[in-house]
Design a protein around this ligand. Sequence first.
Ligand SMILES: [Zn+2]
Ligand SMILES: [Zn+2]
Length: 238
Amino acid sequence: MNNSVWIACLYPNKCAACGEIIEENKVLCDYCSIVVNNIDFRSFCTKCGLDKDGCRCKFREFRFKGIAGAYKNEGTAKTVYYSYKMNKRTELASFFAKSVAATVKRVFRGVKFDAVCSVPTSLRSKFRHGFDHTDIIASKLADELGVKYLTGILRVRAFKRPQHGSSSVKRLENVMDKYYTVERIKEKRILLFDDIYTTGSTLDEVTKELMFAGAYEVYCVSVLTTSLNKFGEGNNGN
Ligand SMILES: [Zn+2]
Ligand SMILES: [Zn+2]
């Protein structure tokens, strides 16, 4: 028996959602792959990123051209993403990057992106989780799509309160002037990545900064989309 076979016997690969032992190259077992909360983009509005029944385009206009998410922020997808983020399971980053890339190719078919950029993570969050969870996925997403990754262009100001549990109005106030760019952007069409989409306030604010720095158009994509109730409040926090 060679070393890799021994390792596979001692530390078998387990489903990231339910823990069942699975083949080495998989992330989810067959059951979890079926029940994972993929977003059916045909029933979602690509302007506000929400279920067509809950579309808020009449009430609010965003600066970004389009928004899409790979999964709903619930069930299996939520469990696996939080396991990645909270337990620093960096081996799951490629899985999410591939899911997000597939979403981009389906939803924004025919759109040619010049670069991928990600919403910057605060120092507080990097310190708390021990790694930059959005940066890792965004750089792998750029590789999957074969476009340049713009890193370090966006910065986040310190001393703003976290978004957890805030109402949409509070979130809007919290993100205003929170982000800034440190260089001119030469690329025209940017794909902006954030891990979780809730009210769109953060992505809209970052879009404003990117356009101010020279971007012509910004499209957004996330791993998880939180469904909102009629008052515009997220059901799942963050
Ligand atoms: Zn499973
Ligand atoms: Zn809409």
